[in-house]
Design a protein around this ligand. Structure first.
Ligand code: XMP
Length: 326
């Protein structure tokens, strides 16, 4: 009968058979799919796997540290950590068009990943966390954002010259199964049950031009929002508000407004809280978060993040708005 331990044994055997003694590289993004793929492949072939984790400076607060702790320290996976923040920021300077930003972020990712891969010339395989819905999606219509989305981490974007065979051990699994597998492989439930995070990261949550200063403010505000969602329990369902929402995050608006603090006037930035409930991300409702939760998040952000003096809540559905602001 089908059980997770049986499934893992089979998947491990299949990977071993496929790659033999070859070396494998994998681009670890911190997301669920690449994380589970890394854990599974590592279970199968240990140090024949090398992960490349590209920190583009557009990740959530402490995310780089968490990825290294989980994989390098806890699971003993060989991970190359590349801090490419300066490179990404440099290329994003002066660019405010959303699609142009996405292109730059995707292109730089490929550049950095390729440069790192070139240092592992013995690698024969490129592993990816492609899951079943991705397979279906790319077989279907290739229009709109859904396609553009995946092009970043999926290596559709990688040049032919890389000449690597693809290893995609999650190709037959649905998201829920990937999550179960991740937990069975020893990944923390908080990682495995995370809300989705777009490939371009905070790059599309800072409206217009991306600046390091904005990134720092946004990371801190976002971490407060997520912390309070996790801490707030809903009596009726027994779940917390992070679990009750499908995606929640803070958006940075490069707009200043006037405020008061003590005896003084402030003239600081505005952020918007976004939280939605959806099953397919094609349509979404704004989440009816409790007022006291919204109030607490607002107070904490304004008190703790100097440089932000106003917090608003986005009450737009999709359609006509999108979930992200860019
Ligand atoms: P929208 O904003 O189109 O988002 O309603 C729907 C879902 O897609 C995610 N998203 C992206 N994911 N690269 C990604 O990997 C992208 O460029 C991108 N744009 C949107 C978004 O976070 C939401 O889950």
């Amino acid at each position: 009968s089908w059980t997770m331990p049986n499934y893992i044994d089979q998947a491990v055997a299949k990977i071993r058979e496929q790659v033999g003694t070859d070396e494998v590289i994998l681009g670890l993004s911190g997301g669920v799919d690449s994380s589970v793929a890394a854990a599974l492949i590592h279970r199968a072939i240990g140090d024949q796997l090398t992960c490349v984790f590209v920190d583009n400076g557009l990740l959530r607060l402490n995310e780089g540290k968490q990825v290294m702790e989980t994989f390098a320290e806890h699971l003993g996976v060989r991970v190359i950590h590349v801090d490419a923040t300066a490179q990404f920021m440099g290329h994003l300077a002066g660019v405010s068009d959303p699609e142009a930003k996405r292109k730059i972020i995707g292109r730089e990712f490929v550049e950095v990943f390729q440069a790192e891969s070139a240092k592992l010339p013995s690698a024969k395989w490129l592993a990816q966390g492609t899951i079943y819905p991705d397979v279906i999606e790319s077989a279907g219509a290739k229009t709109g954002k859904a396609h553009a989305i995946k092009s970043h981490h999926n290596v559709g974007g990688l040049p032919e010259t890389m000449k690597l065979s693809l290893l995609e051990p999650l190709r037959e699994l649905f998201k829920d199964e990937v999550r179960e597998l991740g937990v069975a492989l020893g990944l923390a439930p908080e990682l495995v049950y995370r809300h989705p995070f777009p490939g371009p990261g905070l790059g599309v949550r800072i409206l217009g031009e991306v600046k390091q200063e904005y990134c720092e403010l946004l990371k801190r505000a976002d971490a407060i929002f997520i912390e309070e969602l996790r801490a707030a329990q809903d009596e009726k369902s027994g779940k917390n508000w992070y679990q009750l929402t499908s995606q929640a995050f803070v958006v940075f608006l490069p707009v200043k407004s006037v405020g008061v603090m003590g005896d003084g006037r402030t003239y600081d930035y505005v952020v918007a809280l976004r939280a939605v409930v959806t099953s397919d991300f094609m349509t979404a409702k704004w989440a009816e978060l409790p007022y006291d939760l919204l109030g607490k998040v607002s107070n904490r952000i304004i008190n703790e993040v100097r440089g932000i003096n106003r917090v608003v809540y986005d009450v737009s559905g999709k359609p006509p708005a999108t979930i992200e602001w860019e």
